[in-house]
Design a protein. Structure first.
Length: 390
């Protein structure tokens, strides 16, 4: 078995990893992008791309590519938060235009294709079986196609971890510091035949006594519904059943009415997923950088997950490119930038949760109440993207 020598290996073919590989390949670096799945299909559904992500996509040369995708334009948000009266935030006044509800599988495949077109080598259905640091850099052994045998060996100077919240590679060099125990229970809903058509493409958020609900239409015609709460406050087994999920939905009267009005029925079993806010400390070190959720993961309430993936993929790759060019201080600058972003995110997160005071005696909300709140009830548009300077 021969060993391929390259400059950078990016592990994880989601948006953060694909953008990092794209940036490095465009800079003339030899880069290999390793993705574990066979087709790169994403298990996440209903993710939104904030309007503020458009300038980043334009800088990457990817805006038109994403626009051509089978995504659904999102004209704004509706929030039942802090009051029983729904409030609207319209993106028509946003200088960047509307947001998008994404077909994640298509988005991920498109971004990996962009990386390949820029010169990156993309290796699908390959898992990192082992990774070691030696005198000549990193040595990775891959297994492909689900086989346990080693099928390829890679050597590189820099490793970029884009493996998501697990921080599968960089986690061995840092600690995962969690801010909370937020978990999401996610279900797809399909409209019955001949039902009242649902043409509302806005994001819907509704607070309840023990958490909050999210819903959005998907490009394929389904609607995703997610309930967010702390893992120790709920019977997870019950919420993974159709009966338990439907019973809990009664605590979100506006969302339930929306589903009934348009004749939606549950499609498949709900599933649980980690939705906590956390960070890797440190997010970078000698020869490695974490990007996306592997570096910092944000409360879904912020709708900044994809924005953060694009931004950190870009900045992490630029830092590695600069380090390869003999400017190692770029890694420290990247660490400082992400620390600043996470601090700003936590500030906005506290202020946003503080706007909901109807259930202040309930533990979920007590855990999120700060000693102060500086936003008025009318400020329901998340402003965390201001921490990202690009």
């Amino acid at each position: 078995m021969t060993t391929l020598r390259t400059e950078v290996v990016v592990v994880g073919g989601g948006p953060a990893g694909a953008v990092a590989a794209h940036v490095l390949a465009r800079a003339g670096r030899r880069v290999v992008l390793v993705e574990a799945s066979a087709d790169g299909s994403a298990s996440r559904v209903g993710e939104a791309l904030a309007p503020a992500a458009r300038p980043i996509l334009a800088r990457l040369g990817l805006l038109d590519r994403v626009r051509r995708g089978d995504h659904l334009t999102c004209p704004g948000n509706v929030s039942v938060w802090g009051s029983e009266t729904p409030r609207q935030h319209n993106f028509l006044r946003d200088p960047h235009g509307p947001g998008l509800h994404l077909d994640r599988a298509e988005l991920d495949a498109s971004l990996r294709a962009a990386a390949a077109e820029s010169g990156a080598r993309v290796v699908m259905e390959s898992r990192v079986r082992s990774v070691e640091r030696g005198n000549s850099g990193w040595c990775l052994e891959l297994s492909t196609g689900g086989a346990s045998r080693v099928s390829e060996s890679l050597q590189c100077d820099w490793l970029i971890d884009a493996t998501g919240r697990s921080s599968a590679l960089s986690g061995r060099f840092g600690d995962r510091r969690r801010q909370d125990n937020l978990i999401a229970f996610v279900a797809r809903w399909r409209p019955r035949a001949h039902s009242n058509p649902d043409r509302d493409a806005r994001t819907f958020i509704e607070a309840s006594e023990d958490g909050w609900w999210y819903s959005a239409r998907l490009p394929g015609g389904e609607r995703v519904v997610a309930f967010h709460t702390d893992s120790d406050l709920i019977d997870a087994g019950a919420l993974r059943t159709a009966r338990g999920f439907n019973e809990h939905l009664s605590k979100a009267p506006y969302l339930k009415a929306l589903l009934i009005t348009h004749g939606y029925v549950l499609s498949g079993r709900p599933r649980g997923a980690d939705a906590s806010s956390s960070r890797l400390d440190p997010v970078a070190g000698d020869g490695y950088v974490a990007v996306g959720d592997a570096a910092i993961s944000l409360d879904p309430l912020s709708s900044q997950g994809l924005f953060n993936a694009l931004f950190t993929g870009l900045r992490g790759a630029e830092a590695v490119d600069a380090a390869l060019a003999g400017r190692p201080q770029s890694i420290e600058a990247y660490k400082r930038r992400l620390a600043s972003i996470y601090t700003a995110f936590l500030d906005h997160r506290r202020q946003y949760y503080a706007l909901e005071g109807r259930w202040s005696s309930h533990l979920f909300w007590q855990r999120r109440q700060p000693r102060w709140a500086s936003l008025g009830a009318q400020e329901l548009a998340w402003s965390g993207e201001r921490a990202y300077r690009y």
